[in-house]
Design a protein around this ligand. Sequence first.
Ligand code: AR6
Length: 184
Amino acid sequence: QCIRSTNLSPQASLEICQGDITLEAVDAVVNAANAHLIHGGGVAAAIARRAGLPLDKESREWVQQHGPVTHTAPALTSAGAMPARYVIHAVGPIWGEGSEEPRLAETIHAVLALASQNGFASLAFPAISTGIYGFPKQLAAPIFFNTIQSYFTAEPESSIKLVRIVLYDQATLDAFLGEFDRWT
Ligand code: AR6
């Protein structure tokens, strides 16, 4: 269920929604992953559970081939049994590692660039880094909005037409809605 919406360019829009991202029928669901793509907790575990074994297998193969996933180079796998087509595995910063704010922006930007390289039209992001990784929700929200908006300002012809931010728990939803209303 989407609660807010705004235009990012004449062709692209941003929606803030509440729900379970594993049910989103978009071209790519973004995972809040770790560098080794071991999907142990949080949204990663929910995605791995819903997608089934192909996701774990492709995740292992990705790390074998490319090494650990970084903020600036997310991984791409299929989405297994989920309604989405692909999963983009993004590794956000851990609060306390240093330079967390630019690193979250880099992580979000790299997801948008990878999605557009692959011609994807729709994407769903969770609140990367704000769970187990401890990034304050109030600080994360404007980084999401500003990074997504500046990507579309620079790339108005991107293949991406819809970006959804899908929030699961009420506290994160409230933080993102509050920041969104200040931002727009
Ligand atoms: N749909 C949408 N959002 C969800 C769902 C869901 N089904 N389930 C949880 N969330 P987190 P991080 C929200 O901890 O902080 C994992 O172990 C959750 O409420 O999943 O980047 C990885 O493997 C929170 O708002 O991601 C990494 O090791 C948001 O997703 C580590 O956690 C992100 O919380 C990554 O930590």
